[in-house]
Design a protein. Structure first.
Length: 356
């Protein structure tokens, strides 16, 4: 790696779960370090400067190979931010469990720092809500880590707005980030808000008020698995649902029309949302990492019609509209308006029949 200054922190995060080899206690080797270095170099070239780690990723091997990459490149640590997660036990001798006791948090951070070969972690994320967590212990542990310079900020992963509010009351510093699964394929975060007072409301599960809490308290939302494991950007298969196939076709059409990549379109759909969602991409393939670099620009260019067309394709049905009896289709004039925009014409054969 060269020592040139990377671009400023962007809105895409690189998730390191895939680095470090297989999910076993087998040691990593030079091949795994080289693979991690190639992924990090591609991420830096794409303008990414936030890297998401966890003690649980590959049983610690992901952090370890990342630390080896940092050792190879002098000055890299100062040009990036590192998140890491704690709270999930990886001891194979024990029943799988969460542990957010104060002592466990401090010990986990110590192990992560050793593996990462760094003196500090930018943001420590509590990985899911341990049912036995005691907010006072978390507050004390974080204050110890912050005051000793080992951790700068605190975040959470997969926590509801109400749980965050409860925890925040015990903290002197703000929770700065919450990671949730969000994508065109995992749309609960949108559907639960739209389907209030609707018969399909129970089909989706997302903690109500979480998006609003994050928006109202300046908590950055980061989306894990934002590419939905590639089903909309080139990894569709015979097992894909009709909705997935239709959405992938629309994504490809939009990408060709905008001279960009399917990955950029899929991520742009997330980033268009007013919550300022930061996708956490996790591919090890440098080509796919670089294919994401245009996402932020595409989010600014994506029209409302295009955004809704992608949502409609992914959900396989119109968004709810007022009307008595069975859910009505969109009026034909609206369908024609969308078709006239050039978004749906090549993809959706139902346009003109009132089904947009």
């Amino acid at each position: 790696m060269n020592g040139e200054k990377t671009t400023s922190l962007g809105h895409i995060v690189y998730g390191c779960m895939g680095l470090g080899g297989d999910w076993s206690s087998a040691p990593y080797g030079l091949a795994e370090i080289d693979e991690a270095e190639a992924a990090v170099e591609a991420a830096l070239e794409a303008g990414i400067a936030i890297f998401d780690q966890a003690e649980a990723y590959r049983f610690g091997k992901s952090e370890a190979v990342f630390g080896e990459v940092l050792s190879r490149s002098g000055g890299l640590r100062e040009r990036i931010q590192i998140n890491t997660h704690c709270g999930l036990s990886t001891d194979s001798r024990e029943v799988p469990h969460y542990n957010l006791d104060g002592a466990a948090i401090i010990e986990s951070v110590g192990r992560s720092l050793t593996r990462l070969k760094t003196d500090y972690i930018d943001t420590l994320l509590l990985n899911r809500a341990d049912p036995l967590l005691e907010p006072g212990q978390i507050a004390s542990a974080f204050e110890f880590l912050r005051s000793s310079g080992k951790v700068r900020y605190l975040g959470v992963s997969n926590m509801s707005g109400t749980r965050m509010a409860s925890l925040q009351r015990h903290l002197d510093t703000p929770i700065v980030v919450n990671q949730m699964e969000m994508s065109l394929g995992k749309r609960d975060w949108i559907e639960t808000g739209v389907l209030v007072n609707h018969r399909d409301r129970n089909r989706y599960s997302f903690p109500e008020g979480t998006i609003e809490y994050c928006l109202g308290n300046s908590v950055r939302l980061q989306a894990w698995a934002p590419l939905a494991r590639g089903v909309y950007s080139g990894r569709a298969s015979a097992l894909s649902t009709p909705e997935e196939a239709a959405t992938a076709k629309l994504v490809l059409s939009l990408a060709h029309g905008k001279n960009t990549t399917p990955e950029a379109i899929v991520l742009a759909w997330l980033m268009k949302h007013p919550a300022g969602i930061e996708p956490v991409i996790g591919t090890r393939d440098p080509k796919r990492i670089l294919a994401s670099r245009d996402a932020e620009l595409q989010a600014t260019l994506m029209t409302r019609h295009e955004w809704y067309a992608l949502w409609r394709a992914a959900r396989g049905a119109d968004v709810p509209v007022p009307g008595p009896g069975p859910e009505p289709a969109w009026p034909t004039p609206q369908a024609r308006a969308l078709a006239g925009s050039g978004v749906l014409g090549p993809v959706d054969q139902h346009v003109g029949n009132g089904h947009v």
